[in-house]
Design a protein around this ligand. Structure first.
Ligand SMILES: Nc1ncnc2c1ncn2[C@@H]1O[C@H](COP(=O)(O)OP(=O)(O)O)[C@@H](O)[C@H]1O
Ligand SMILES: [Mg+2]
Length: 256
């Protein structure tokens, strides 16, 4: 059975897509059969994997729609970058929220849909849009584990409390087995003292147990995304590759 992990934070620009795509590619190269699901209409994870969203005829919305209408799913909707499988997004993904809203089992559609892929993968990683809407609720209900990327600046702490409350609510209402695997601190700016202060705040509030290794600021992350490659292949010796490897190993250790 696949282990399903959602990357979520209602704030944009906190590193959800960066972590989700790079960790998916890294897990793949560590020999894990991995599927990346892009639920964001901005399709950044799809782009990061080297695909042009406007050229994708069937994205995640059509895949779910076909499943609902014709009970027709399967690997034919998936794209591949080397050994990594991707359920891509395209602009039609904006329709997903409204579609879900119209269904009786609105919060568990993605969970039911993903059952089809369960046996073929060791890991399913879900990248989500920056909101707390029905699409993100579906991602959480479909997952056993939640990862919250936290940008190391003071504004992040405000959004974080809201995100954690959302997790508790989902946990209590729809998904008793969903576990918060951890927060992944990410420093996108090089203002080291702000990062240190926020890191201390996170440590005091959540404790070491909930903190995964940090992804430090590294321009290679941005460069790799514009080349449609994971950082560990674009810049194997970079600081980001070192950090992402630590994060991937820690995730595997916690799930073992
Ligand atoms: N460690 C890092 N160092 C430098 N830039 C980064 C780092 N991580 C992410 N970024 C950049 O920050 C921006 C926001 O990251 P992204 O993963 O798209 O956030 P989200 O998906 O939460 O909106 C992107 O342009 C990304 O390339
Ligand atoms: Mg994103």
């Amino acid at each position: 059975m696949a282990k399903t992990l959602a990357f979520a934070n209602l704030k944009g620009g906190t590193g959800k897509t960066t972590l989700c795509y790079n960790l998916a590619a890294l897990l793949t190269d560590m020999g894990q059969r991995t599927l990346l699901v892009d639920l964001d209409a901005q399709a950044h994870a799809t782009t990061h994997a080297g695909f042009e969203p406007l050229k994708i005829k069937k994205g995640v919305f059509d895949a779910i729609d076909d499943y609902l209408e014709k009970h027709n799913t399967g690997p034919q909707v998936l794209l591949r970058q080397e050994k990594l499988f991707i359920l891509p997004s395209n602009p039609k993904t904006v329709l997903l929220e409204e579609k879900l809203e119209s269904l009786p089992n609105k919060e568990s559609v993605l969970k039911d849909f993903l059952v089809e892929f369960d046996r073929d993968f060791d890991f399913i990683l879900i990248d989500t849009p920056p909101s707390l809407g029905l699409t993100v609720l579906n991602a959480l209900v479909a997952s056993q584990y939640l990862l919250i990327p936290v940008k190391l600046d003071f504004f992040s702490l405000v959004g974080l409390a809201q995100m954690i409350n959302f997790y508790y609510k989902v946990n209590a209402t729809f998904s008793p087995y969903l576990r918060l695997l951890g927060l992944i601190p990410i420093s996108i700016s090089s203002r080291a003292n702000v990062c240190k202060d926020v890191m201390n705040e996170l440590r005091t509030t959540f404790g070491e147990r909930l903190l995964l290794p940090t992804l430090r600021n590294d321009i290679k992350v941005v460069e790799a995304s514009s080349h449609g490659l994971p950082v560990h292949r674009y810049a194997p010796k970079s600081r980001a590759t070192e950090d992402l490897t630590k994060i991937a190993r820690e995730i595997m250790r916690r799930l073992a």
